[in-house]
Ligand binder design. Structure first.
Ligand code: APR
Length: 245
């Protein structure tokens, strides 16, 4: 790995793509571990506009359960989240996450972009710009305080466009290193970012518990240990490299 990161100097821009595997050791279930069910639910009934149209109460109660769990004492940032936050001291790190938890923010990272939205926000269906922090249960009775419109959790569902895509692509184009952590790389457009870095001839690293559909596209990968070990290992190598050069 050393020769791969030798050109990563102080203040180099590092682009991190993270997925559910980064939150797994914080007691948050991943998506594809349970045969396409998410916490026992068919994802299309709780993570697709059709499911919302069919049963708003079911969808709200699903996310209310996720939100309560996220805010419970059993869920907190893990060593991988903190290792990524520590990199802010030496590099310009942008963490583009597919996760809807706030664990990376809680760990203290300066730049976190949630491309699939946030469990702790709701938005107004009348006016998408009406977005609010939301930590309690959401029901269909909770209407937008600005315009009275109905509200839904600010999570990107299947068939919907991801958030901040233009900003993400601009950051990718100007970054020096791409690191993919804890994602199966099955969902577009997140899974197309590694190709952008390869076209720019920039180094790419994948940290995951197992090989993914994109693994052969990466210059280097660590697959035999969990994120709380592999991310710390990468962090230590990056810092050692700049302190010694
Ligand atoms: N350390 C590292 N990797 C892990 C760990 C761990 N402790 N635990 C699981 N993993 C890996 C799994 O091997 C898997 O490849 O994390 C990956 C998680 O993959 P998914 O469950 O598919 O989650 P993710 O890639 O984030 O899904 C992307 O799909 O369902 C949609 O919108 C949803 O954001 C989600 C998107």
């Amino acid at each position: 790995m050393v020769n791969l990161i030798e050109n990563i100097k102080v203040n180099s821009r590092i682009f991190v793509l993270s997925g559910a595997g980064l939150d797994a050791e914080s007691n948050i279930k991943t998506f594809r571990a349970s045969e396409g069910l998410w916490e026992g639910h068919d994802v299309y009934s709780v993570a697709h506009p059709d499911g919302w149209a069919k049963d708003r109460d079911l969808v709200n109660s699903f996310y209310n359960e996720r939100r309560r769990h996220l805010l419970s004492s059993s869920v907190k940032p893990n060593d991988a989240h903190y290792a990524l936050a520590e990199l802010d001291k030496y590099f310009e790190v942008n963490i583009i996450t597919q996760n809807i938890s706030d664990l990376q923010n809680r760990a203290g990272s300066k730049s976190v972009i949630q491309m699939h939205g946030s469990l702790l926000e709701v938005f107004c269906e009348n006016d998408r710009s009406h977005v609010y922090k939301w930590e309690k249960d959401l029901t269909t009775k909770d209407l937008c305080v600005e315009c009275g419109g109905s509200q839904r959790v600010n999570v990107v569902w299947f068939s919907e466009p991801v958030l901040h895509l233009e900003k993400i692509q601009k950051l990718a184009a100007s970054s020096d290193l791409f690191v993919s952590i804890g994602t199966s790389n099955q969902v577009f457009p997140a899974n197309s970012l590694v190709t952008m870095f390869k076209q720019m001839n920039k180094p790419t690293v994948e940290l995951n518990l197992e090989k993914t559909v994109n693994s052969e596209l990466f210059d280097y990968g660590i697959y035999d240990k969990p994120a709380t070990k592999s991310v710390v290992e990468l962090k230590d190598s990056l810092i050692k490299n700049i302190l010694e050069n």
